[in-house]
Ligand binder design. Structure first.
Ligand code: BG6
Length: 471
């Protein structure tokens, strides 16, 4: 018997407010950390917003959401992952009252999704901490952020009660170890932070995530809450046990996050890491109690894998999705140096399923590539993005194999179903979409939308529940 995608498998796409909405200062929105990062991870934050920051306008989804959602519906999406911009609801983060205009925007967006029967999957914090919380409080180093975040979570969970069932707390929660400003609102280079400061911030996020889970269940027992992990399989560069152990050691730094979200306590290997590195955290009894509120499912992003070597001089270090590693000589890389590894997705799915026995959800996967707009297609202009189709097809074939392996998987949301501003490089030219957006790196362009070849390809994948995938 051929095992394929289960009935009711959720198919769709994923975005983040700061990468698509634009309207950075409209209708009472406050600044977020992304509004001062015109060059992404490449350069330090600016004092305030600068005209060269593509994030400020994004792809103008704030005004074009209805048109965009109609295109998602045309592809047959049954789920759409987006984030609620925290600084649209609480402009400074520490406000006591929410901004009604911000709340009303997401009401309108949900109206559109309901029109087409698309299930919302909402990220509460997707690299868009209110700037004021970073600058006045030191970001997640400060325990007060737990209260500000849970106020935000409670506000939106109550407001959208019955309309949103699936919630994610922190996007790529483990990324804070690698990029403290983007992922933790901590405006200090990683090297300048002590391990204790960094892990105290991690701890605050973990407690906030657990409390948001508790609130979600109190507000509506039907709510399902997931953690969200940046998944990067790590292979030993050679079969030497030292390389294998190095790969395991690096993987454990990330497993910590899932282990705590699923099991409600710090694992032994993390406690040892703390001892070995002189890390002494403030963990209260109330914190330990809070962590008991564990997640209903585990979600993750997957783009690439890396290799690890015990000898720091072995192998060349490659680019990557916040987390980098040693270049794996058996794999090809994307134009941005991310090593493409479809089988790695099957490995991660099996690994996470065996480890946590929680339903999984792939909430990001895709290929950032340069596209050429040519004449043709239903809109007069299109992109022949066979490379994107090949990438997604090959990954989805491995997802299907993992399901046949017995993995419990709720759904798949491709990253950037519509071209958006890239997170790490703040470029438009790094495109992920099934829909082309006419906007260039210098900010020029009409913002018109054009269906790419992959648009119809994904529509068929969804319509056949994966049956049209090619081995
Ligand atoms: C993930 C992030 O790390 O990777 C997204 O959650 C991001 O926000 C995606 O866009 C792809 O990265 P980039 O840098 O190509 O946009």
């Amino acid at each position: 018997m051929t095992i394929t995608f289960p009935d009711g498998f959720l198919w769709g796409g994923a975005t983040a407010a700061n990468q698509i909405e634009g309207a950075y200062n409209e209708d009472g929105k406050g600044l977020s950390i992304r509004d001062v990062l015109p060059h992404g991870l490449q350069a330090p934050p600016t004092e305030g917003p600068t005209a060269d920051n593509l994030t400020l306008t994004g792809i103008d989804h704030y005004h074009r959401y209805a048109e965009d959602i109609a295109l998602f519906a045309e592809m047959g999406f049954t789920v759409y992952r987006f984030s609620i911009a925290w600084s649209r609801i609480f402009p400074h983060g520490d406000d006591t009252e929410p901004n009604e205009e911000g709340l009303a925007f997401y009401d309108r967006l949900l109206d559109e999704l309901e029109k087409y029967g698309i299930e919302p999957l909402v990220t509460l914090s997707h690299y868009e901490t209110p700037l004021h919380l970073a600058r006045a409080y030191g970001g997640w180093r400060n325990r007060k952020l737990i209260d500000f975040f849970t106020r935000f979570a409670r506000t939106v969970m109550q407001r959208y009660h019955g309309r949103i069932r699936y919630w994610l707390t922190f996007n790529e929660v483990n990324a804070i170890l690698h990029n403290p400003f983007t992922a933790g609102g901590i405006e200090a280079p990683r090297q300048q932070l002590s391990e204790t400061e960094l892990y105290q911030a991690v701890h605050h996020e973990l407690v906030a995530s657990a409390l948001a889970t508790k609130i979600a269940h109190e507000v509506d027992p039907a709510n399902q809450v997931g953690c969200m992990i940046l998944a990067v399989p790590r292979y030993g560069l050679t079969p030497h046990p030292d390389d294998q152990r190095k790969a395991q050691y690096e993987a454990q730094l990330d497993y910590t996050f899932g282990d705590i979200h699923v099991r409600g306590e710090y694992p032994g290997y993390t406690q040892r890491y703390f001892r070995d590195h002189g890390i002494d955290l403030e963990i209260t009894d109330a914190d330990r109690e809070a962590l008991q509120h564990t997640v209903d499912f585990v979600s993750f992003s997957y783009y690439m894998s890396v290799a690890e070597a015990a000898d720091p001089a072995a192998g060349e270090r490659g680019g990557g999705n916040i987390i980098g590693g040693v270049v794996n000589p058996t794999l090809e890389a994307s134009d941005w140096g991310w090593q493409v590894d479809p089988v790695g997705l099957r490995i991660i799915l099996n690994d996470y399923w065996d480890r946590w026995r929680k339903p999984l959800f792939i909430v990001e996967n895709g290929l950032g590539a340069t596209d050429e707009l040519i004449d043709g297609g239903p809109d007069g202009r299109t992109v022949d993005d066979d490379y994107r189709i090949a990438y997604l097809n090959d990954h989805l074939v491995q997802v299907r194999e993992a399901i046949a392996d017995g993995v419990g998987l709720l759904g798949y949301t491709a990253w950037g179903p519509i071209d958006l501003v890239s997170m790490s490089t703040v470029q438009m030219s790094k495109r992920y979409g099934f829909i082309y957006v006419d906007r260039n790196d210098d900010g020029s362009g009409t913002l018109s939308r054009y269906r790419k070849k992959s648009f119809d390809w994904y529509r068929q994948v969804i319509a056949t529940n994966g049956g049209s995938l090619r081995d």
